[in-house]
Design a protein around this ligand. Structure first.
Ligand SMILES: NC(=O)c1ccc[n+]([C@@H]2O[C@H](COP(=O)([O-])OP(=O)(O)OC[C@H]3O[C@@H](n4cnc5c(N)ncnc54)[C@H](OP(=O)(O)O)[C@@H]3O)[C@@H](O)[C@H]2O)c1
Length: 276
């Protein structure tokens, strides 16, 4: 729940979810990130750096409840071991009452296919909807190997082996095409995709012109470590450095600022340069 007196982003009072999600052939893609003031999304310590405060975690929970699927990169699965659940009971009940699964479907992306079958990603909130993994042809082979029975059982022919964790592996070819990934999600009835990072994944969606909205929550910290993961990495972003995104809203949640952008809309003209 949000503390009284705090502002929430969005066009409707008290709600963090997008209000204008034009239907299209592909899912509406929302990038959600918590970053330090200097643009990092973690540090290099073993434990995950918590950049959000309680109200911001609740905002993220609301976005999860809004979404049909939540996507994270394979490195986030390996490093953070997230569960990606909707925590609030009321929100889960509302989803079920609306005819949706209790939890959004989980999705990850890996080129190498090197994911631990013990990761929470596979095991929590996946009843009736196995997590989806988008990968390459070689990644699919590697992942099927990792997710099947232990070595001694691999003597049975591959076609007869069963995955030991619930998962649906989708090979998209020699390389991963994020547009094809969105087309496949659309074919599975996913119309709202929340992307929770990490930075490599956010970069791929933005560089591909595939993100509809960014929710950037700034935590009042400075990480200052060049080895730490960043929100975004160098890429040829559409429109280049002079393209100004449309700012939809700014909200304060305690000591955090939440900025909402539409990256593909450029409503404001470039500012004129003033001197003196
Ligand atoms: N503050 C936040 O909001 C937040 C949220 C999430 C994560 N994080 C942090 O972000 C860090 C991880 O971020 P990250 O940027 O290192 O990794 P990431 O984006 O989570 O995952 C990167 C991985 O995704 C796969 N991948 C990415 N682009 C691909 C492409 N074009 N084709 C095929 N596969 C591709 C690769 O997997 P393979 O290596 O398996 O091939 C790659 O190593 C962690 O420290 C985590 O704590 C922070």
């Amino acid at each position: 729940m949000v503390a009284a007196g705090e502002n929430r982003p969005g066009g409707t009072a008290g709600s963090a979810v997008p209000v204008d999600t034009p239907g299209g052939p592909r899912p509406f893609v929302l990038l959600s990130v918590a970053a330090s003031v200097d643009g990092y999304i973690d540090d290099t310590a073993d434990d995950r750096l918590l950049l959000s405060n309680e109200a911001d975690f609740d905002r993220v929970d609301e976005l999860r409840a809004w979404s049909d699927a939540i996507l994270v990169g394979a490195e986030t699965v390996r490093r953070d071991n997230p569960r990606l659940l909707v925590k609030d009971d009321e929100r889960r009940r509302a989803r079920v009452a609306a005819g949706k699964p209790e939890f959004p479907r989980k999705v990850t992306v890996t080129a190498r296919g090197d994911l631990d079958p013990a990761a929470r990603f596979w095991h929590d909130g996946t009843a009736g909807q196995p997590p989806l993994v988008y990968t390459t042809e070689s990644g699919a082979r590697r992942l099927a190997e990792r997710l099947t029975a232990p070595a001694q059982e691999r003597l049975i022919p591959p076609a007869e082996q069963r995955l030991t964790v619930p998962a649906e592996i989708v090979a998209l070819g020699a390389e991963l095409d994020f547009g094809a990934l969105l087309d496949d999600l659309a074919a599975r009835g996913i119309s709202r995709l929340m992307v929770e990072g990490g930075g490599r994944i956010h970069t791929a969606f933005l560089a591909g012109g595939l993100a509809d909205e960014i929710h950037l929550a700034l935590g009042p910290t400075l990480v200052g470590d060049p080895e730490a993961p960043r929100f975004l990495y160098p890429a040829a972003f559409p429109g280049g450095s002079t393209h100004r995104m449309s700012l939809l809203g700014v909200a304060q949640l305690g000591d955090m600022a939440v900025l909402r952008y539409r990256p593909q809309e450029a409503r404001c003209p470039n500012p004129t340069t003033t001197t003196g």
